[in-house]
Design a protein around this ligand. Structure first.
Ligand code: GDP
Length: 360
């Protein structure tokens, strides 16, 4: 073993627990076909294979325990990602009293526990929103206090991600009420972050992955916007722009390639009717096929506008050099892309182009 360099491999298979039996199988297979053509053999094993089996030239661990020991010996910093735990999203609420008193501490705790914040917003819930969100609790005797608490100031709404996020966040929160939490699990977050004299616990977490999806949709609804790659850019930069759309996490819910009619272009830009550039704009928009899409994402209208960049490409290059217009616009008229300016415009334009606004 000390006569020259060894080649040490860490072999990984998707289902990690199968790696050892699978490797053994390969080894047996290899031993049973000694006469395969030379050319197909890996260079390094050439010359040895005829007389020795792989068993003799490779040192392979027989058990997960042995493998772990040797991994730690040769690769002390090797980190095996646990593949049986999915990265999930869960909803967390930091209620008004806690947010007011210990925002920094609870945010630090969340990060220390390995959560990433995928989305966040701070809102003062209306009575109507609170009743809607907590409709299953409406008949409980604690409901009036809950309603009073939830509408008393800003709540911080967080979409948290990590492996097993739903169960992990709920485990950290502990028992459902402050009283139970203090008695049964004083280290739980609901016990530690209880606010004096307030009987309502200050932290919420989704109960199941299904609930998490519904609750996230309640606070961070998906939005649709109409996005269009203008004719000149559709001809030259379609693939690059589509890549940017995907990289930014938009779902392309609908897509078609066609030349806009003058009627459609006039509908898109009706607010500009009468301006000196209007006729030229309509001509530029109808001179060839455009790529027309419905993009879907939380906050899609605003995010697509951010990704497009300012209307004038010269300004875009100055202020948002990574935006689509900074990179792919020709001039202010052929400025690569179009996007709805608000949700109402988005729905109207989607209906105008695709004939419906009913999108999954
Ligand atoms: P957008 O939402 O960023 O596309 O901007 P607007 O809705 O304000 O304008 C629609 C399109 O009209 C823009 O994308 C430009 O192509 C064009 N446009 C807007 N302002 C001007 C201008 O001052 N001069 C010229 N030539 N074209 C303009």
């Amino acid at each position: 073993m000390m006569s020259g360099p060894c080649h040490i491999l860490v072999i990984t298979k998707k289902e990690a627990t199968d790696a050892i039996p699978h490797w053994k199988e390969l080894r047996e297979l290899r031993e049973s076909v000694p006469d395969e053509p030379k050319a197909e053999k890996p260079d390094r094993l050439e010359g040895t294979m005829e007389t020795e089996s792989i068993l003799n030239i490779c040192d392979v661990q027989d058990s997960v325990e042995d493998a772990s020991r040797q991994l730690a010996f040769f690769f002390p910093n090797f980190y095996i990602k646990k593949t049986d735990q999915k990265v999930e999203k869960t909803l967390a609420l930091i209620r008004p009293s806690l947010l007011k008193e210990r925002r920094h501490s609870i945010m630090q705790r969340i990060k220390d526990d390995g959560f990433k914040i995928a989305m966040q917003k701070e809102i003062i819930l209306s009575e109507e929103q609170t009743r809607e969100f907590y409709k299953e609790h409406e008949n409980q005797d604690y409901f009036p206090v809950l309603l009073e608490q939830m509408t008393s100031g800003p709540t911080l709404v967080l979409a948290l991600t990590r492996e097993n996020a739903v169960a992990h966040w709920r485990d950290l929160l502990g028992p459902k009420t402050v009283e139970e939490a203090k008695k049964e699990n004083p280290n739980s977050l609901r016990a530690k972050y209880a606010v004096n004299n307030i009987p309502i616990d200050q932290l919420h977490g989704s109960s199941t992955p299904d609930d998490a999806q519904k609750e996230l949709q309640f606070f961070f609804p998906q939005e649709h916007t109409l996005a269009l790659i203008k004719p000149a850019a559709a001809k030259k930069h379609k693939d690059d722009i589509m890549q940017k759309v995907k990289d930014a996490g938009f779902t392309i819910s609908k897509i078609k390639e066609e030349a806009l009619t003058r009627e459609m272009a006039t509908q898109f830009y009706k607010d500009h009717k009468g301006k000196p550039f209007f006729e030229e704009l309509v001509t530029c928009m109808t001179e060839g096929p455009s790529v027309i899409m419905v993009l879907t994402k939380v906050n899609a209208v605003e995010e697509w506008r951010q990704l497009m960049g300012p209307t004038d490409p010269e300004v875009a290059k100055e202020t948002s050099p990574e935006s689509i217009r900074a990179r792919f616009a020709q001039d202010i008229l052929s400025n690569a892309v179009h996007g709805s300016s608000n949700r109402e415009h988005a729905l109207k334009s989607i209906e105008c182009v695709f004939g419906e606004i009913d999108i999954d």
